[in-house]
Design a protein around this ligand. Sequence first.
Ligand code: ADP
Ligand code: MG
Length: 362
Amino acid sequence: MRLKRLSLLNFKNLSQTDIALSEGINCFVGDNGAGKTNVLDAIYYLSMSKSAFTMTDGQSIRHGEEFFFTEGTYSTDGGVQEQVVCSFSRRTGKVLKRNGKEYDRVADHVGLFPVVIVSPRDTDLITDAAEERRRYLNGFISQLDRVYLNSIMRYNAVLTERNRFLKGSSDEAMLQIYDMQLAEHGTRVYEARQKMVERMQPMVAEYYRTLSDDREQVEIEYRSELQDMPMQDVLLRARERDIVNQFTTAGVHRDDLVFRIGGYPLRKYGSQGQQKSFLIALKLAQYRLLAEATGEKPILLLDDLFDKLDMGRVEQLLTIVSHDDFGQICITDCNKVRLESTLARAEKEYALFTVEGGDIGR
Ligand SMILES: Nc1ncnc2c1ncn2[C@@H]1O[C@H](COP(=O)(O)OP(=O)(O)O)[C@@H](O)[C@H]1O
Ligand SMILES: [Mg+2]
């Protein structure tokens, strides 16, 4: 999948812009606060119909404005042209269209225009609570598995209802009904997560070895209460506790991922550069799995390329993504000279854009 044209109006600090992109590497260079990350986020938004960073759509509207508008013209790897328009207005909400036609459900869009973003904020995945890692896993698996997206949405809906019910009642017959529904969706969520992490693990380890020039070993482990017993039993065993606490204390909404380096927790024992390398390896594995599942090479967004990486690792990364397995790439950096001299060694055509005060020039 390649983005050929990008038009934006009032998206964060980008007032109005219309650019033609290269099919190879696109570099956005500018000072801190210029709007480079916002350009990548706009591209992410068009694919996922939500920001990679902000929690609400309203936060992506330029201050003092009423709406934003984003439009992308794509070409699939098979050469088919596609147009996506996404706008959000404070008054009337979100409109998402593909080739002029509005979707019945926004969720139908997810996965059609695959994208992977690598950004300094990925470190939240290591430092934050389990919820952040589940959010990541959900977003990622949803892009390549419609059934999963549906299961997780339904699981969360039943969970919300069950929790509301527990606030005012402990009727076991009713809980039994909730549990059956939770078990049905939860088991699917569990199986999909289990399968995905299993496939991902060797890829992450391999990319990490390449990035670190074979210096360190990393691992990912999936942890779920469903590994010990079926979801029905998990719920049954926790029922008394749920009634006392008045919310659902067990289930796949408590799953987690454990990251290790050399056998020890990455969060405590990994240096900043090692953590960053791990996150890149994770995202590259995600890229490969997405490419396999959708049959399209996702668009790869590399925000602040040099952030916390030594030159050796940056070059390894560029060598990996210059390979034919990877497609279009968008990179940001604040240093034009550094970026240009590094890219001159990558074997891919590239375009350079300068970003300044919310304006993009070529
Ligand atoms: N909704 C918004 N309206 C206007 N400006 C915004 C909005 N959201 C973020 N910004 C501004 O965008 C700028 C940051 O842009 P960003 O893309 O992160 O910069 P960088 O080039 O360093 O990556 C900040 O000045 C921030 O105040
Ligand atoms: Mg930035």
